[in-house]
Design a protein around this ligand. Structure first.
Ligand SMILES: [Zn+2]
Length: 64
């Protein structure tokens, strides 16, 4: 279980959710869109990007 920051691609809303696993669907609390991207913070994601669930070689620790 982790507290993860998200950003809605539809309306730009920033919010956070407590998710139990990566498969859990996240919905924007403002517009109910499912076009959500994770906002990675912290030392593992300090390069301004993320692996996006794909190549994890450059983001040690994200769990993908
Ligand atoms: Zn939204």
């Amino acid at each position: 279980m982790a507290l993860i920051d998200f950003k809605c691609e539809n309306c730009g809303e920033d919010f956070f959710e407590i998710v139990n696993n990566d498969e859990e669907k996240v919905i924007c609390p403002k517009c109910k869109s499912t076009s959500i991207v994770r906002v990675y913070k912290g030392k593992f994601y300090g390069k301004g990007g993320s692996c996006g669930g794909g190549n994890c070689s450059g983001c040690n620790g994200c769990g993908h």
